[in-house]
Design a protein around this ligand. Structure first.
Ligand code: NAP
Length: 472
């Protein structure tokens, strides 16, 4: 495919191959953007921001609603593109495409609801003749940098609210998975988006990322990706608004009164979807010692049933990881834990980029498989004796994106909700659960700022205060 810069579909002599993670075949190629392309994109986006800011809310609603409808008609095609470039199973590809429709629809609705509020100045001493209100205005040029693991819906979560709020957007999709973002750009243009309202630049973040993020024409950066790249962007960005959706090593706490069958089903569902490459995947299970052995028995059978293979095969439950080197890393972290005294309950063998879904028991919190972000198909199980210890273990992490607890005890559930340092807290389900309308984002090194169209629109706008000084 070509990239979209300054109102044109642009090719370059230098190309990047997009490969199918399952068999390494080339799915397509995309141009490799350079410094000149970045400059042209930002120049055009600056003009686009002026056009977008003048577009009435109802027009922005109509464009986004039409884009949602066009995407809905192409869910099967988008689902297949997602699977081909990312490697998730085809059912998950279709689900992601359908969620993209939801995210655009929710964003369209927000385009009609951007408002300020009146300020009760008379509550301040000596301010009885003032009348004031706030105005929400677009930031201007928004840069949207997205990760490989949800190549469509996470782009929709940035582009939808940014356009709803009247900004222009420059998308920098992950180099492994740029095709869904380019196709989404096609859809938005077909829906009537002004040509300079959007740019989609393909190229290596390590080469063009600093140029984009440091540029003063950019007024807002919305980034989803790894902690370390996020930290670099924060350093480079200077004085501009930034939203950071970063990594995690999300835990589930299993209390002794939990329904173990339900916990095992949830752990298998939330630990291994997209081969464990979800920012809120269950990575750690902190299980009470009273049910520890029984829980591992049930979990083993559920995880052993997760068949691996070609993600286009409807019967396959877990596909490849994005790159073979990541599969090698996961295999080595599992081996390292076992070498340090942990016990492999099931899985862990590797064939190319596929790792058999693994459960590792008796994991010590300081082992890499527990304390770093694994981002792969393995869960690390650690015993504990009390709710206090479980909460302390859950919080023993630099991350804080999502967590779950299984219990019927309201007191324990409320303590979990209040005391676990995490942005999303699930009671009687695993951490990997998201409805696209909810406020979503992490604490600690998992980032700051919220996504979910209603909340993201706030991040994509600036608040102005207007004050009338009246005569009497
Ligand atoms: P990544 O390596 O951090 O890359 C993310 C994006 O940043 C890519 O588009 C990448 O481009 C770009 N990038 C790389 N270096 C850059 C630089 N110096 N300046 C600007 N941009 C740069 O992450 P990933 O491997 O794609 O995704 C996995 C990570 O994302 C995990 O840590 C996961 O937890 C996190 N994640 C978080 C959420 C959330 O909502 N909190 C959701 C999904 C994923 P290239 O591809 O060209 O390198």
């Amino acid at each position: 495919m070509k990239m979209y810069v300054a109102g044109q579909w642009v090719d370059k002599p230098k190309k990047i191959s997009v490969t199918n993670p399952f068999d390494g075949s080339v799915v397509d190629t995309v141009p490799q953007a350079d410094k000149g392309d970045v400059d042209r994109a930002l120049e055009s986006a600056t003009r686009g921001a002026k056009v977008m800011a003048k577009l009435p809310g109802y027009e922005r609603y109509k464009i986004l609603k039409k884009a949602a409808d066009l995407l809905e008609a192409r869910v099967e095609e988008f689902g297949r593109i997602i699977t081909l470039e990312e490697g998730k199973i085809i059912g998950e590809g279709r689900t992601e495409a359908s969620r993209g429709v939801q995210t655009l629809t929710l964003s369209a609705e927000e385009a009609k609801r951007i408002h300020g509020e009146t300020i009760p100045f008379d509550g301040a001493p000596g301010a009885t003749r003032q009348f004031g209100f706030t105005l929400r205005v677009p930031c201007g040029v928004v840069v949207a940098i997205s990760p490989f693991n949800f190549p469509l819906n996470l782009v929709c979560h940035k582009v939808g609210p940014a356009l709803a709020a009247g900004n222009s957007v420059v998308i920098k999709p992950a180099t492994d998975t740029p095709l869904s973002a380019l196709k989404l750009t096609e859809v938005l243009l077909e829906a009537g988006l002004p040509p300079e309202g959007i740019q989609c630049l393909t190229g290596h973040g390590g080469e063009i990322g600093d140029l984009i993020c440091a540029d003063r024409r950019v007024r807002k950066i919305t980034f989803t990706g790894s902690r370390d790249v996020g930290e670099r962007i924060c350093h480079v960005a200077g004085i501009k608004k930034v939203t950071m959706e970063l990594g995690s090593n999300s835990p589930i706490i299993v209390m002794p009164d939990a329904d173990l069958e339900k916990v095992a089903v949830a752990t298998a569902a939330t630990g291994f979807a997209n081969a464990g490459q979800v920012c809120i995947s269950t990575q750690r299970v902190i299980a009470n010692r009273r049910i520890y052995g029984d829980f591992l028995d049930v979990l083993k059978s559920k995880v052993a049933a997760l068949t691996t293979g070609n993600p286009l095969d409807e019967k396959v439950k877990v596909g490849p990881m994005i790159r073979e080197k990541d599969a090698i890393r996961v295999e080595s972290w599992v081996r390292e834990a076992v070498g340090g005294g942990a016990r492999l309950v099931v899985g862990g063998e590797r064939r190319g980029a596929i790792v058999e879904p693994a459960v590792v028991a008796d994991v010590k919190p300081e082992m890499r498989i527990s304390c770093d972000e694994l981002f792969g198909p393995a869960v690390a199980v650690t015993p504990c004796d009390s709710i206090d210890e479980a909460i302390a273990l859950a919080n023993d992490s630099i991350y804080g994106l999502a967590a779950g607890i299984f219990t019927e005890n309201l007191e324990w559930a409320m303590r979990f909700a209040r005391e676990v340092e995490s942005g999303n807290l699930m009671i009687n389900w695993g951490p990997q659960w998201r409805a696209d309308l909810m406020p979503y984002g992490g604490l600690k090194d998992s980032g700051f700022g919220k996504e979910g169209p209603r909340y993201a629109v706030e991040e994509m706008t600036e608040l102005k205060l207007v004050c009338f000084h009246l005569a009497g």
